[in-house]
Ligand binder design. Structure first.
Ligand code: GAL
Length: 927
């Protein structure tokens, strides 16, 4: 057994990737799954590596206006003269305005942070002499920041508002009308004990929005401008062991930088990593799997070792593989061992080593519900002169992917239709500040709908979100940019592209390439380079090559809403991802003569031109609705633009929930289902969007948040949720009636009733009287009773599948609102200072039915070890601060978000009051 595995191994190893001169084989230890030999040596030792959260204990200051700010700028920015300067990707970087003589441009000191991700050493940035900012008070260790706000990270300085209301606000509806613009400072003391002398000490930042620049003990260390990437600074040369060290971070978040709400500040987690000088580099392991079957899989591992010692070191690299259970806990016994390698690493250099192992009977990672997201951990120890100097865990999954141009996506041999959604990075009322539980709740509700895939539109997510998608078995389309050289807004990434595109792209891939959920890399979204032929394609090729160098195992794409099969861009890509073009854009006669994009359906044309490339829709729908708002008359069209009297209400800024309307260039959900079913070679869709997001409130930019979500900003399901569920979970018995049935002013008037069901037929009853039984025809996804005349009472639907009763639903005309009811998503939460309870608050009648069209104001209070961090109701037009403890219900519902207090367990009671009802309480346990 041992012999045959060893010879297998020899066949599988890739000598070309290994620097054999540096490697001495000590012994080859191969074992099959479940082997008991060779217990990992590191299990008996303490890890010399420490990863310490430094989210707590920060002081924060924000200048009241951008003009009050200090002059320590990263670089000058173009002055925005035209407030409507947001035409899609129209030009190259604008000439920046002349430097104001008082301003100090720090860019030359910041650029060297990119060096670790620039492959050609000739192109590395050299740090100039000097220490800009050294005399500035905020960076001084002795500066008294006692009057600054005390905060805990992740922090979004803008989310509490106030919302900027009225016409022409400084920050417009596109960016969420929240004060994200301007300059803020964060300060924190870090204690570095004397025992850390000689260690390497790093600051690891998961994301800062944006243009972060960091000083330690008054010395400028470096920074990172793009707000979505994770990055590291080596603090070692600046640290004073045996004392308090002062960190100061300047954040400069420009207005006009995004087409959505960007958030503001240090909005993700921050860590201090301490290692021995010989250690595994940042994201220094890369696991790939090949020849995957139920019987075995080949696991290849690249390890990058960094030597910050003065001497060359001989390092032995020893990696074992463990299983991880569904709670994330590692097994005690190894499933396999890589051969131990020894490599010499010169002082100040890195060394890469590669090895391969054959794992028998692997537990495969695959998407739920048909597969299971099994994961493994590769635990690598580095040993120098017999002493363990580092232990590093890499989580990964084993799966095979096939991107078949005629049949779509196969995961582990099983055909998987992409039932995906796009998600922006904000978490509704919590803003951009990352919270694990809030992200998990978003995914849980999407899962209930039958969603199996997420497109991270249009930027790298928080790393913990990928931990969740890995763990929960979602497929991920991981995307980095919304713009390249050509701008969409005056201050977006195009300003950074020339100097940062390589570093941002490489760091993005290195961070995320071990995630099994990531199956596709997205280079960009609807970039302006689609319009510029070969010149634009050349930019795509440059980014494409960078990604292939970092990860040749996944296909690369770029979402196209304009490029056609005969244009230059699609030819560069591995797979074709279309935004809206598959269904056709602005095809209705009313759009004839428009100067906007107008395109007939494109799936067949792309398939013909690229018979070997898989096609998917990276954005579909962009359908609109406001939860539980119904407007009359109801359109007879299947997919219609929003106009007054046609699904829209420009006075109240609301869109009907009959779920028939979309953005002018989009399509209703039903229309997309039909076009998918008619083009089985298309691998599936990513709906724009799963949840509503902050900003981009098309079609009404007077609002604060979007209308395109299937789920509203607070997490309440719109009717569309059930339309997707009916189609995406055909085996789940369900039926859903719309609208609600409280229309006293419509007595005798035609009030259409639509039903979404996973059945194929249904009969509708009004007050016990049948209104007829209807059957879905081909390419029909809803049942419509369009001539129902309103009379109060009970609407009931009974759905059938294959002739048998399948599911039913009822809607009642309710009585008046008399009582409040509250339910929490989880009754027990953790007393860790970050866990959240999401409490849904319903305005009900005496029979316990939610009363529609009820918008009473509610007042919330809390007792016990918890805090109300935000309230919301999902109404895109509500300009009450998310931090307010008073909130109007929106159509009978609102939401309270409660956070626990760290290390203070106990009962938390939330009380809700309104003028028209008794007050009500709910009690949670914080443990
Ligand atoms: C797309 C774009 C998305 C979003 C969407 C709104 O064109 O890629 O980011 O703007 O439209 O409908």
């Amino acid at each position: 057994m041992m012999k045959s595995l060893a010879s297998d191994f020899r066949k599988l190893s890739k000598p070309s990737q290994v620097d054999w001169r540096k490697i001495v084989w000590v012994f080859i230890l191969l074992a099959c799954a479940g082997a008991t030999v060779g217990q990992h040596p590191a299990r008996k030792n303490t890890n010399p590596r420490q990863r310490i959260s430094i989210n707590e204990g920060w002081s924060f200051y924000k200048y009241p206006t951008a003009t009050d700010a200090d002059n320590l700028i990263y670089d000058v920015r173009p002055v925005v003269t035209d407030r409507n300067d947001d035409k899609a990707a129209d030009s190259r970087p604008t000439e920046a305005a002349a430097i104001d003589a008082r301003q100090e441009v720090l860019k030359p000191w910041i650029l060297p942070t990119a060096n670790a991700f620039i492959n050609d050493p000739q192109r590395h940035y050299i740090r100039p002499q000097g220490n800009p900012g050294e005399t500035f008070p905020f960076v001084q260790p002795g500066f008294d920041d006692g009057a600054w706000e005390k905060i805990t990270l992740p922090h979004d300085w803008a989310v509490k508002g106030p919302f900027m209301t009225g016409a022409n606000p400084e920050v417009g509806g596109g960016m969420g009308r929240l004060p994200s613009q301007g300059v803020g400072w964060y300060r924190r003391k870090i204690e570095i004990p004397l025992s850390d002398s000689g260690k390497s000490i790093f600051l690891d930042i998961d994301g800062v929005m944006s243009y972060a620049m960091v000083w330690l003990n008054g010395k400028l260390v470096g920074g990172w401008p793009y707000g979505y990437n994770s990055w590291r600074l080596n603090l070692t040369p600046y640290v004073i062991p045996g004392g308090i060290n002062q960190l100061a971070i300047r954040v400069d978040n420009p207005n006009y930088s995004a087409r959505w709400y960007p958030g503001a500040g240090i909005y993700r987690n921050v860590w201090l990593t301490k290692t021995q000088p010989v250690h595994i580099a940042q994201w220094g392991t890369y696991v790939t799997t090949s020849s995957v079957s139920k019987e075995s899989a080949v696991i290849s591992l690249e390890t990058i070792i960094d030597n910050e010692r003065r001497s060359t070191e001989e390092v032995s690299v020893n990696t074992s593989i463990y299983t991880i259970d569904d709670k994330g806990v590692r097994s005690s016994k190894a499933a396999a061992h890589f051969p131990i390698l020894v490599t010499r690493v010169e002082s100040g250099k890195i060394s890469k080593v590669n090895s391969t192992v054959l794992l028998q009977r692997p537990r495969l990672w695959g998407p739920l519900p048909s597969q299971f997201p099994n994961r493994y951990a590769a635990v690598t120890t580095l040993t120098v002169k017999g002493k363990i100097v580092d232990e590093y865990e890499t989580r990964f999954g084993i799966r095979s992917l096939e991107f078949n141009a005629d049949k779509g996506l196969f995961v582990n041999g099983e055909h998987i239709q992409l039932k995906g959604v796009n998600q922006h990075h904000d978490l509704g009322a919590l803003g951009a500040a990352f919270n694990f539980r809030a992200a998990q709740r978003q995914l849980e509700i999407l899962r209930e709908m039958g969603c199996n895939a997420i497109r991270m539109s249009h930027n790298p997510p928080a790393p913990e979100l990928l931990e969740l998608t890995d763990r929960m078995g979602f497929l991920v389309f991981d995307e980095i940019f919304d713009s390249w050289e050509r701008k969409k807004t005056p201050h977006d990434f195009h300003l950074l592209f020339p100097e940062w595109h390589e570093a941002d792209t490489r760091s993005f891939i290195r961070r995320d390439r071990n995630s099994p959920s990531v199956i596709i890399w997205g280079l960009g979204n609807e970039v302006g380079e689609q319009y510029t032929g070969e010149e634009g394609a050349a930019v795509a090729k440059k980014l494409y090559r960078i990604i292939k160098e970092e990860d040749p195992t996944r296909p690369i794409t770029s979402a196209m809403n304009f490029a056609k099969p005969d244009m230059a861009l699609p030819g560069v890509l591995d797979i074709i991802s279309l935004n809206y073009q598959g269904e056709g854009i602005r095809q209705a006669a009313e759009f004839e003569g428009t100067d906007r994009i107008r395109t007939p359906p494109q799936y067949d044309a792309f398939h013909l031109k690229f018979p070997d490339k898989l096609i998917l829709s990276s954005e579909t729908a962009s359908a609109f609705s406001s939860r539980d708002i119904y407007l009359f008359p109801v359109s007879q069209e299947q997919s219609a633009p929003v106009r007054d009297g046609r699904g829209g209400d420009s006075k109240n800024h609301q869109v009907t929930s009959y779920e028939l309307h979309a953005v002018d260039f989009g399509s209703s959900a039903d229309k997309v289902f039909a076009s998918m079913d008619q083009h089985p070679f298309v691998a599936g869709e990513f709906v724009w969007t799963g949840w509503d997001h902050l900003g981009e409130p098309t079609p009404y930019y007077d609002a604060r948040s979007s209308y395109c979500g299937i789920i509203d900003l607070a997490g309440f399901r719109k009717d569309r949720f059930y339309l997707y569920q009916s189609h995406w979970r055909p085996d789940f018995p369900m039926a859903h009636i719309l609208p609600h049935w409280n229309w006293p002013e419509r007595s005798g008037e035609v009030t259409p009733v639509h039903v979404f069901t996973s059945g194929d037929e249904a009969e509708l009853f009004l007050n016990g009287k049948s209104l007829g039984r209807k059957k879905k025809r081909s390419y029909e996804y809803r049942l419509r009773w369009d001539s129902v005349k309103y009379e109060p009472g009970v609407l009931k639907v009974v759905a059938f599948k294959g002739g048998k009763a399948w599911a039913s639903d009822e809607v009642h005309t309710t009585k008046a609102f008399t009582r409040i009811s509250m339910t929490a998503d989880r009754p027990v939460i953790q007393a860790d200072g970050t866990d959240l309870a999401f409490i849904s608050v319903m305005l009900e009648d005496v029979d316990g039915r939610v009363v529609p069209r009820t918008n009473d104001s509610l007042e919330f209070s809390i007792s016990g070890p918890g805090e109300i961090v935000a309230t919301d109701n999902g109404d895109p037009t509500d300009m009450t601060s998310f931090a307010s403890g008073t909130r109007q219900a929106f159509n009978g519902r609102c939401l309270v978000i409660v956070r626990t207090v760290k290390s203070r367990p106990g009962a938390i009671t939330v009380t809700a009051k309104s003028a028209r009802s008794k007050s009500v309480q709910i009690t949670l346990q914080s443990k």
